[in-house]
Design a protein around this ligand. Structure first.
Ligand code: HEC
Ligand code: HEC
Length: 270
């Protein structure tokens, strides 16, 4: 018991001493609080970058493509980052994942995250790997004529039923963009899953599911209105048409390439 008390005294004294010094000495402040993310990558040797490449193959290519060219995930070959390109920023994106997107935190050690930061920077310094074959200016017209505007916002213009496309060119790779247009059902944006609510009155309301609990279900209908239904009035909740976007499967090859080139060119406000 006496030993425990002694130990407690030591810890208390040390804490007081450190916190008293902390304001003058930033290095000690780091000791008291959580360790800060270093400003430069401590694992950036050639061997580390190579190890980072192997880790990337295992954990990241499913979304970012075998060479980082993107797909479900962002194109990492451009060296342009929405969430910051400094070492600690890339570290944070990979360590913690990116909230509100499909990119989840990765389950590897901190050292391994640093090795991947080195690899990601390496592929980002090589310049854009993917060049869209189509013509973005022609694609803009295809976009306007095909009614995309009614459901998607670019900058200030357009409807709100589908995701904002202002910086879609940074978030998704070419293959994914093409698929999004011809076969939207293949990759549904998680926060835009469609639902059909069949009411006991016989009416069916279609929209994007916002929330559901035991008592009620909320959705945004196809006219962009917020709707809420008590489950006691609901006959059935169906998910048979999971995307509200029509498939543009019959679009000719040239128009498709052009519209994808246009989407690829949308890099957000600079
Ligand atoms: C399930 C799919 C998925 C996986 C797996 C995934 N990512 Fe991502 N990643 C994304 C998406 C989607 C984005 C774009 C997020 C957004 O909207 O900004 C992204 C963004 C990023 C960014 C930020 C790019 C920027 O513009 O700032 C980095 C860096 C990144 N990923 C690296 C990785 C690494 C390294 C791995 C492997 C450990 C990985 N990702 C695994 C889907 C994924
Ligand atoms: C009736 C509304 C509607 C129209 C018209 C429409 N979309 Fe969509 N779009 C959606 C919805 C809803 C989603 C989200 C569900 C999904 O992923 O399928 C979506 C998803 C997308 C995505 C994926 C976005 C992401 O973040 O991954 C792209 C790209 C896209 N649409 C492009 C287009 C283009 C190009 C056109 C015109 C040729 C078009 N859309 C027409 C409603 C629409």
């Amino acid at each position: 018991m006496r030993q425990v008390l002694w130990l407690w005294c030591c810890v208390a004294l040390l804490t007081v001493a450190l916190s008293a010094q902390a304001p003058q000495n930033p290095a000690l402040a780091g000791v008291v609080t959580a360790p800060a993310i270093p400003d430069t990558n401590p694992f950036a040797s050639e061997d580390d970058v190579r190890a980072g490449g192997a880790l990337f193959q295992t954990h990241c290519t499913y979304c970012h493509g075998a060479s980082g060219e993107g797909g479900r995930g962002a194109d990492l070959t451009a060296g342009i980052y929405r969430h910051g390109g400094r070492d600690p920023e890339l570290y944070a994106s990979i360590r913690n994942g990116i909230a509100g997107t499909e990119m989840a935190p990765v389950r590897v050690s901190d050292d391994e995250v640093w090795k991947m930061v080195g690899f990601v920077k390496r592929i980002g310094s090589r310049g854009l790997l993917e060049k869209a074959p189509g013509d973005p200016a022609a694609g803009r017209l295809v976009y306007q004529k095909s009614g995309c505007v009614s459901c998607h916002r670019i900058g200030e213009d357009g409807g709100g039923l589908g995701p904002d496309l202002t910086d879609i060119g940074r978030r998704r790779g070419l293959k994914f963009l093409t698929e999004s247009v011809v076969a939207p059902e293949a990759n549904i944006v998680v926060t835009y899953r469609a639902v059909q609510v069949v009411l006991k009155s016989g009416q069916t309301v279609t929209g994007i599911r916002l929330n559901r609990d035991d008592l009620s279900i909320q959705l945004r209908d196809t006219r962009d209105n917020f709707r809420s239904f008590m489950m006691e009035n609901v006959q059935e909740v169906r998910y048979d048409k999971p995307s509200l976007m029509p498939a543009y499967a019959s679009m000719n090859q040239k128009n498709l390439e052009d519209v994808v080139a246009y989407l690829h060119s949308l890099q957000g406000a600079q």
